[in-house]
Ligand binder design. Structure first.
Ligand SMILES: C[S@@+](CC[C@H](N)C(=O)[O-])C[C@H]1O[C@@H](n2cnc3c(N)ncnc32)[C@H](O)[C@@H]1O
Length: 300
């Protein structure tokens, strides 16, 4: 493989990427050309909000080609275009051969939830002492156990009796919370997501773990559950408050994650008409909010 590296001002990035695509680049990535310097620019918005800009002031565009000739030819053609003005070719160089599969796999080690409960990728052996194990490889859907919000939910599941509970995993991603609940004795489990790829991942991951659950789009969630788990983000969790609370049975638990410490009071106020939420755990600036539904409490 050979990579062609270009530096482009913000307003040229889209045209250059389109041209590289038309020139049959095998992949194109865009990075901050000023990363790791004082001029580095953060490009993300508040959770649930769009980023403040779509590319950096100066972007480094990297395109991969199968041969040095193809990379050089692409560079020559780009330089001749009027939209290349303000851009420069930084280099055309060979990409050293690597075992990419092994490199990717090495980034995912087993994750300990409790000393007895682990998330283990299929290329690792479960650690000695692990009594409950979710076998899960990184895929298209969120939820490998490496994010603190997922870990806090799973720790809550491991520490509470799930035996015979009807459980709803709302925003299931990979299905990791639903599978965790099943391994801890939950009975009838529904796992729902707005993303169809997440629904497919959940069904496949459940099958691979020998777990029975029903995965589907959000309207698959029907009736009341003893435990409702939702690891989404503060903004959608606020919108979903009446719906999520309507699915919690009297005396049942609502477990919310994806909330930053500074968003705690706002979430508690939104849920207060339905369920009194308390901070049950915190990790790396994220909180786990948990509340029980009192019998007779309003839900809509
Ligand atoms: C942070 S991931 C959590 C995945 C997994 N439950 C976990 O704990 O790791 C949030 C998931 O919620 C889904 N989601 C976001 N908004 C949603 C909504 N309004 N209704 C249902 N699912 C939603 C996303 O598609 C995503 O898969």
């Amino acid at each position: 493989m050979f990579e062609l590296r270009l530096i482009c001002p913000e307003e040229r990035v889209e045209a250059i990427c389109d041209a590289l695509d038309a020139l049959d680049a095998l992949s194109i990535s865009v990075e901050d050309a000023d990363a790791d310097t004082d001029a580095e620019q953060a490009l993300f918005g508040e959770p649930g909000m769009p980023p403040p800009a779509s590319s950096w002031e100066r972007s480094c565009v990297v395109a991969l080609f199968g041969s040095e000739g193809a990379a050089q030819e692409a560079a020559t053609l780009l330089v001749a275009q009027d939209f290349f003005e303000g851009c420069l070719i930084e280099s055309v160089s060979a990409v050293p051969d690597e075992d990419w599969v092994r490199l990717t796999q090495s980034q995912f080690a087993p994750v300990e939830i409790t000393p007895e409960f682990w998330i283990v990728p299929t290329w690792h052996e479960p650690p000695a002492g692990a009594q409950r194990v979710i076998r899960l490889d990184p895929g298209l859907a969120f939820g490998t156990g490496t994010h603190p919000t997922t870990r806090m939910c799973l720790r809550w599941v491991a520490r509470h009796s799930m035996a015979g509970e009807r459980v709803l995993d709302y925003g299931c991603g990979s299905g990791i919370l639903a599978i965790g609940a099943a391994l801890h004795g939950a009975d009838k489990i529904d796992a729902v997501d707005i993303d169809e790829a997440a629904v497919t991942s959940t069904a496949l991951n459940a099958e691979a773990n020998g777990v029975t659950l029903a995965a589907g789009l959000p309207d698959k969630a029907q009736g009341e559950y003893g435990v409702v788990l939702a690891n989404i983000l503060a903004t959608p969790l606020k919108v979903l408050a009446p719906l999520l609370c309507s699915h919690v049975a009297d005396g049942g638990s609502l477990v919310l994650a994806g909330v930053l410490e500074r968003q705690t009071a706002e979430l508690q106020a939104t849920y207060e008409p339905f369920i009194d939420l308390q901070v049950a755990d915190t990790q790396e600036g994220w909180v786990l909010l948990v509340g029980k539904k009192k019998s007779g409490a309003s839900s809509r």
